[in-house]
Design a protein around this ligand. Structure first.
Ligand code: 5AD
Ligand code: SF4
Length: 480
């Protein structure tokens, strides 16, 4: 596009220094440029954002979409668009490889479309080696930015449109949180809400603290204000997002606990369901369990990453809890909230993991009986302490353990599914069923999926559904 674009450039004068005013200023300029391009092209300029990784990235992508729509781009389903953005993940090596693979294929589209721009952002871009590789081997990329300056997206688009070379802007860290930028939600009735950014835990295998920076909590009044607005706009369920929500509020000017924040959010009229993710077992307090026990809105689901059942490996992972503490915590939670669904993350093949260590993990899985579990093969991330460990477990051993674990997890999950068959429970209707147009699909408070006969107008509503039968991992029901 650089060669063909013929933009009438707008002078940047009296640029506001404060945020978000500065970004609204650049949105106006970008809007003008996008309109000029659409006129040259003879049709609206289109965009597509592809999101990799976690819910945090999904929420960030909604912020990108909000800005793109505000400046006049139109969203399309395919990557054959005028602006394609990859919001990347780097938590495991294979996530990185996927991006490189797909970039080659994007270049094919770009060769055919002189208007096309390619942008890369997200966790992977916080790694200097990645940026270097893209700079040298993927020169057709137009814009690269990281996780800390995503709020500057409008300004970066303007820079990129005005520049004749790749725009790269990566910050190592930030203490800045910019409020009140446009966001375009994927669902009308539910939304993620960031309550904090970054992570201070430095689990020894994990790259997140290096790419997402230090822990920063949003001010409670900003969180409440955002949720109140969402509710006024039709949202009934929020997912509070943070790498470690249990340490929310510690670094605020007026410190506040996560349990206190939840109690404030609970008071918001019209809000029906509260979910949160992710909890770290070392910080999950009795106060939080007490709040969950008495809450009418907090969903009956807790994601509590185990990572390993071996106290020795947990120590090596720098998780700061042991097997016994984890099991006690689970007992305490179940005593307070008996019908809670528990899910987890487990890593297999951490350096030095022996058969005995692995058996400890299997033991916890059998004792806790998770409703579901995400199982991961350990992935060596350069720069983390675990990557320097020499005793990497042979691939075939890891694979064999992984298969055993997966089988155990799935057997237990399928035994647990269906526990509520025959009962009538509230379901938040989320979408039309993809396979059968006569059905709609929704979720119970415990996150189980329910399909039942119904029409599209139910989407976003909470209705009582009798759970008639359980098929595999989901229920078939009928509305009461
Ligand atoms: N290898 C494998 N899995 C990892 N996770 C984080 N880092 C790694 C790694 N290096 C997993 C953890 C975490 C989840 C989001 O990803 O289980 O909870
Ligand atoms: Fe990574 Fe541990 Fe932080 Fe989770 S708590 S993001 S696993 S360092």
């Amino acid at each position: 596009m650089k060669e063909t674009k013929n933009l009438k450039l707008i002078e940047h004068k009296n640029v506001p220094q404060e945020e978000p005013a500065r970004q609204y200023y650049f949105m106006d300029i970008a809007k003008d440029y996008v309109a000029q391009l659409a006129a040259q092209k003879g049709s609206p300029m289109t965009f597509h954002v592809s999101t990799f990784g976690c819910q945090m990235n999904a929420r960030d992508s909604e912020k990108l979409v909000g800005i793109l729509e505000k400046i006049g781009y139109v969203e399309v389903d395919s990557e054959e668009a005028d602006f394609v953005i990859y919001n990347t993940c780097t938590v495991r090596e294979n996530a990185n490889n996927k991006v490189y693979g797909r970039l080659g294929y994007l270049n094919g589209f770009k060769r055919k479309n002189p208007f096309m721009m390619i942008g890369l952002c997200g966790c992977m871009m916080q790694e200097p080696e990645v940026v270097e590789k893209i700079r040298t081997s993927y020169r057709f990329v137009d814009l690269i930015f990281g996780t800390h300056n995503i709020y500057k997206f409008a300004e970066l688009i303007v820079n990129s449109l005005e520049a004749n070379s790749m725009t790269i802007d990566i910050w190592k860290d930030t203490d800045k949180i910019v409020e009140d930028l446009p966001v375009e939600r994927k669902y009308s009735f539910k939304s993620g809400v960031n309550i904090m950014f970054g992570c201070n835990n430095f689990c020894s295998y994990c790259i997140v603290p290096y790419v997402r920076g230090r822990e920063r909590s949003r001010e409670p009044k900003e969180i409440i204000r955002e949720i109140e607005r969402l509710v006024a706009d039709g949202v009934v369920e929020v997912m509070l997002l943070g790498q470690n929500v249990n340490s929310y509020g510690k670094n605020l000017e007026n410190p506040m606990t996560f349990a206190e924040l939840l109690q404030e959010i609970e008071k918001i009229e019209g809000l029906e369901r509260i979910r949160f993710m992710t909890s770290h077992p070392k910080d999950l307090s009795d106060e939080l369990i007490e709040v969950m026990k008495h809450s009418k809105k907090i969903c009956k689901h807790l994601h509590l990453p185990l990572q390993s059942g071996s106290s020795r490996i947990l120590k090596e992972m720098n998780r700061r809890y042991d097997k016994e503490h984890y099991l006690e915590l689970v007992d305490k939670i179940r005593a307070a909230v008996p019908d809670i669904a528990l899910t987890t993350d487990i890593i297999v093949g951490f350096p030095g993991e022996t058969e005995e260590d692995f058996e400890e993990t299997m033991d916890v899985v059998r004792k806790v009986r998770y409703d579901s579990a995400f199982t991961f093969i350990y992935s060596k991330r350069t720069g983390t302490p675990a990557a320097a460990k020499e005793e990497q477990v042979p691939e075939d051993v890891v694979k064999e353990r992984f298969d055993r674990l997966l089988k155990e997890v799935q057997t237990i999950a399928s035994e647990k599914a269906g526990a509520y068959t025959g009962q009538t429970l509230p379901v938040l209707v989320e979408e039309k069923n993809e396979q059968d147009a006569s059905l709609v699909t929704g979720r119970l408070s415990n996150n189980s999926v329910v399909h039942f006969p119904g029409t599209e107008d139910l989407i976003g509503k909470i209705v009582d559904v009798k759970l008639v039968e359980c098929r595999g991992f989901y229920y078939i029901g009928e509305m009461i």
